[in-house]
Design a protein around this ligand. Structure first.
Ligand code: AMP
Ligand code: ZN
Length: 113
């Protein structure tokens, strides 16, 4: 997707603070953090939303969660706990329509549900 900001980050066309990269995914710091640790993990392949991932390709979602586990350890929030968040679609408040998971931690988080 040529006009997608997260595709551009994945392609290194626009700068970001990358904290992990492999063949399938890239992780970078959120530009507007809501907590001391706020990292976005995205597949390199463009999917607009979580709902848009074909069942046969859902393995990338598990892969991303493995990265989240590792980043939580690396950034020191695995012990205290952290939140993994996906906003899927307009009603959930999704703003950037390239699948991403937020890793948020480093402070006590207000419960959502
Ligand atoms: P969402 O509401 O789940 O779509 O959240 C999109 C997130 O992307 C927000 O937390 C933004 O702060 C973040 N964001 C937008 N542009 C950038 C960027 N260029 N680099 C890092 N994070 C970004
Ligand atoms: Zn994209």
């Amino acid at each position: 997707m040529s006009d997608c900001i997260f595709c551009k980050i994945a392609n290194r066309e626009i700068p970001s603070e990358v904290v992990h990269e492999d063949d399938q995914a890239i992780a970078f710091k959120d530009i507007n953090p809501v907590a001391p640790v706020h990292i976005l993990v995205i597949p390199k392949k463009h999917y607009a939303t979580l709902d848009a991932v074909p069942p046969a390709e859902l393995g990338v979602v598990g892969h991303i969660h493995g990265i989240i586990q590792q980043l939580a350890r690396d950034f020191g929030v695995a012990g205290g706990g952290y939140r993994v968040l996906n906003n899927c679609g307009p009603d959930a408040g999704q703003v950037v329509f390239h699948l991403h998971f937020h890793l948020i931690g480093g402070r006590t988080l207000t419960r959502l549900v």
